[in-house]
Design a protein around this ligand. Structure first.
Ligand code: NDP
Length: 459
């Protein structure tokens, strides 16, 4: 059993991620008696301990209908602040002083990727990397070369067993549910191949824009922000072979193995869009060619998936916020029953709803009422929130796991490099992005790419 981390250090504690996700996660862990260790915030901003506690309370209040004061006070007692520059060795000396009793501190790099290197080197120089764990956020680099460079920096300081690369999608219960669905249900696995599946669609739609973070977003775009990580993570779970054993290494190997079989994406099968008005947002370059939407076709060169297109799309300012995978099965081999609505109407669909109101909807064919023997689709549906009750938040689970030294829900070095290899040909394409109106499903060409998309179910 690994030693549980006995201190948490949050670099970038003044930032968006800590506010939105990490303070609520720390509060939940405190509530569940999973966290009673020093939590040290580090940032350049000249905050004192009180300001840290006030900010933490505000963000916990935003994430919860009500705050349990006893729990929050227990968390607050553990919070303290260090302000300093990441290039200044004194910052790390002060940190080392504060961590002198900690055997296995964990360092969360909630900072822009450009500063990862400086912080990792600063920790190493202060002798903190030898005994610590480190959590690194996505985006992990900007392309294959920079992610390899980042890996070298991390490896020079930290034992690989102590590096935790977060793609928070893997921490979501709904996404992990794909794995459970596939390998705990005998019903579907025999059909999970190109004999029976016609195509797969993955949609990760955001019904909002850049939410005041356009300056950051403009340097990233939809492919780096979402496709390279979250969407490929989902594809891996849908498409992976069964792991050879029920353990972390086998799971992570199966995940990397399917990514190895994915062909690099092609610019010809990719549509990039940008919503109208994006270039007028503060922080966006007036001639920006950054995509706020991308749709593409992915293929997997394996006996299981040869010939099955995976259509993927993600974008901002779309008509809704939804994350869905739709698995479309082939038509019956012998069409004995007329499908209402034409030939294509009789496909069975398995719809994994992974966002808010998550669950599964299976579209089956039922006999239409009346004299004629014809069929029409009806839904069998389950809402997991109703069926299963409360589930934990992704960041809460991921922090808990990393503190325990458990890697199951963290990406391997190779996994991230494979993801970059897959998206590399469509990064920074010179062709102008196509403009789409806010509140639509992206440029018209995206529609044609998939031969029509299944509109996400909204709950
Ligand atoms: P922010 O842009 O909010 O930055 C976090 C903090 O980093 C800031 O508060 C600032 O603190 C410090 N900072 C900013 N620029 C610099 C710089 N040039 N040098 C040193 N410090 C700097 O980032 P987020 O909190 O949004 O994200 C943190 C990390 O998590 C990033 O890697 C991001 O890609 C990733 N991420 C974020 C998500 C989110 O929802 N926000 C989701 C998934 C991943 P100060 O000036 O006080 O030092």
């Amino acid at each position: 059993m690994h030693v549980r981390s006995d201190a948490v250090v949050l670099f970038g504690v003044t930032g968006d991620l800590v506010s939105k996700k990490l303070f609520p996660a720390l509060y939940e862990l405190t509530r569940r008696d999973r966290l009673d260790v020093p939590v040290i915030g580090v940032a350049r901003s000249p905050w004192d301990d009180q300001q840290l506690v006030t900010t933490a309370r505000k963000s916990v209040a935003e994430a919860n209908d009500e705050i349990d004061d006893e729990t929050f006070d227990a968390l607050a007692r553990n919070l303290s602040m260090i302000s300093g520059d990441y290039a200044d060795p004194v910052t790390y000396q002060r940190l080392a002083e504060r961590l002198r009793d900690a055997e296995r501190p964990i360092f969360y790099l909630a900072i822009p990727p450009a500063v990862f290197g400086a912080v990792v080197e600063g920790l190493a120089a202060a002798g903190l990397a030898d005994r610590g764990r480190v959590i690194v956020e996505k985006p992990f680099g900007r392309d294959l070369a920079s992610s390899q460079e980042l890996d070298r920096t991390l490896r020079a300081a930290f034992d690989p067993q102590r590096v935790f690369r977060i793609d928070h999608y893997l921490g979501k219960e709904a996404v992990e549910g794909l794995y459970a669905f596939r390998f705990a249900n005998r019903l579907f696995e025999p059909l999970w191949n190109n004999q029976h599946i016609d195509n797969v669609q993955v949609t990760l739609a955001e019904g909002f824009g850049t939410q005041g973070r356009a300056g950051f977003y403009d340097t990233v775009g939809a492919t780096r922000d979402v496709l390279q990580n979250h969407i490929l993570q989902v594809v891996a779970l849908i498409a992976m072979e069964p792991p050879v054993a029920d353990d972390t290494d086998a799971f992570r190997e199966a995940e990397a193995a399917v990514l190895r079989q994915i062909a690099p994406l092609s610019p010809e099968s990719t549509v990039r869009g940008q919503y109208a008005g994006y270039r007028d947002e503060p922080g966006v370059r007036p001639d920006s060619n950054t995509e706020t939407f991308v749709a593409t076709r992915l293929t997997i060169d394996s006996p299981r998936w040869a010939g099955v297109p995976f259509h993927l799309r993600t974008g901002k300012s779309l008509p809704a916020t939804a994350t869905e995978v739709v698995v479309e099965f082939k038509q019956p081999q012998q069409p004995l029953i007329r499908a209402e609505g034409g030939a294509g109407a009789s496909a069975n669909l398995l719809r994994f709803r992974l966002g808010r109101g998550d669950g599964i909807t299976m579209s089956i064919q039922a006999k239409s009422p009346g004299a004629e023997v014809a069929s029409r689709p009806v839904d069998l549906s389950v809402d997991f929130g109703v069926a299963l009750g409360h589930r934990q938040e992704a960041y809460e689970r991921l922090l808990d796991d990393a503190m325990d030294g458990q890697h199951l829900r963290f990406a391997r070095e190779e996994t991230i490099q494979q993801e970059w290899r897959i998206v590399e040909p469509i990064l920074d394409l010179p062709a102008p992005v196509q403009t789409y109106e806010k509140g639509t499903w992206g440029p018209a060409d995206a529609e044609a790419l998939a031969g029509g998309w299944h509109t996400p179910y909204l709950r």
